[in-house]
Ligand binder design. Sequence first.
Ligand SMILES: C[S@@+](CC[C@H](N)C(=O)[O-])C[C@H]1O[C@@H](n2cnc3c(N)ncnc32)[C@H](O)[C@@H]1O
Length: 245
Amino acid sequence: MLKGFPDNSVDLIFADPPYYLQLPKGKRLKRPDGSEIIPVDDAWDQFDGYEDYDRFTTDWLKECQRILKPTGTIWVIGMYHNIFRVGKIMQDLGIWFLNDVIWVKIGALPNLNCRRLTNNHETLIWGVKDKKSKGYTFNYQLLKKMNGDKQMKDTDWSFGICRGSERLRGKDGIKSHPTQKPLKLIQQVLLTSSKKGDIVLDPFMGSGTTAVVAKALGRKWVGIEREKKYVDLAIKRVENFTIAK
Ligand SMILES: C[S@@+](CC[C@H](N)C(=O)[O-])C[C@H]1O[C@@H](n2cnc3c(N)ncnc32)[C@H](O)[C@@H]1O
């Protein structure tokens, strides 16, 4: 799909790619209250080793870099399982880093096996097409205003994980998408680095979180998703989303 996009055609890319978690299929964990944790062991997160994952990552990142305007920026989110590999590949391709941001996940999992620390964050890498890129959007004044007229300079962002009425669930109560990101996180990304009317691309659209935020903030959006059930979910979600007047 990405190969069909013209060069230098999108203003912002938000990518939440497969993590390659390598969890054993069918393994179930329980929270202290006995409720079940359903891990990400879906087909879209399976690869034949690191070489395969790196090839996949290089392919999509190369295309994203080509498609991104010289004035655009790219955000990629990941966990310790994949973000270091993704970051190395981004740098090898010449993507120039602006920041890495830590999303501190309020309400993350408890410490289940007590054999190591609990991972309560994800990392976002923010970069431009290459070292020569100039004129990218950073809404310094807006962020300052949102922060009670104080400079908003920090790279640790605390937002709750996606739960409650925001979490999409089927009639059976099961999560409709295993890794739905919170609206507030993506809202912060778009408010930081895009303008009204900009084109936002999400190459791993999942449940459509980026599309919903883009619609709410008056940005144009394009999403790519390989699983039909998630495409349907995302379309329905965007269509049902209305902005209160
Ligand atoms: C980590 S999830 C993204 C979740 C999304 N940010 C949300 O809030 O719902 C990654 C998504 O990428 C999709 N995916 C994996 N490989 C893909 C590919 N090659 N092309 C398009 N989508 C893909 C998966 O089906 C999954 O929905």
